[in-house]
Design a protein around this ligand. Structure first.
Ligand code: SF4
Length: 162
């Protein structure tokens, strides 16, 4: 099974969202994604590689000198999801023999950035999370709604509640 960065992100947001997304039920807000991509292209990240897709699995917002991965986010609303998405990218590249020095979560609108390194504990946790993701995705039916305030801004809100 191919596990994408979005799937790792959604695992931390909502298991139902992960399941729906993985079953090709996708209502992502294209406008927001386009805006974010434009912001990245217009940013001052210079000559670094932007929008790097590897194996049709991981889609890096930016790869600096093949050793620093940048993940760009609009808000810090679901930070653990963003952090583990970034760490998954670091882990994925490491598995391919690419030496990753660090990962950076960038919040250009907030003018904030946070740096991460991949620890041995992170690697063990990631293995556990990836196993859990596989179990959720292969369930026959979607997990239950989470009934949280975050649902109101989720692309699946109408699907889940209306
Ligand atoms: S609306 Fe709520 S329950 Fe439905 S997928 Fe989104 S976060 Fe999950």
């Amino acid at each position: 099974m191919k596990i994408t960065g979005n799937m790792v992100n959604y695992y931390f947001v909502c298991e139902r969202k992960l399941w729906l997304f993985s079953h090709q039920i996708q209502f992502e807000n294209e406008n927001e994604n386009v805006k974010l991509g434009k912001m990245l292209d217009e940013s001052s990240y210079g000559r670094n590689e932007k929008h790097v897709m590897l194996d049709n699995v991981v889609n890096l917002d930016m790869l600096e000198d093949w050793s620093i991965i940048h993940e760009i986010k609009k808000t810090r609303a679901i930070e653990p999801a963003a952090e583990w998405q970034l760490k998954y990218y670091m882990y994925y590249l490491e598995q391919k023999g690419i030496q990753v020095q660090k990962g950076i979560l960038d919040y250009p609108r907030l003018k904030q950035r946070f740096e991460y390194i991949l620890t041995e504990e992170d690697r063990l946790k990631l293995k556990e999370y990836l196993d859990n993701i596989k179990k959720i995705v292969t369930q026959k039916t979607a997990p239950k709604r989470i009934e949280q305030s975050i649902c109101k801004s989720c692309a699946y809100y109408e699907y889940c509640y209306i």
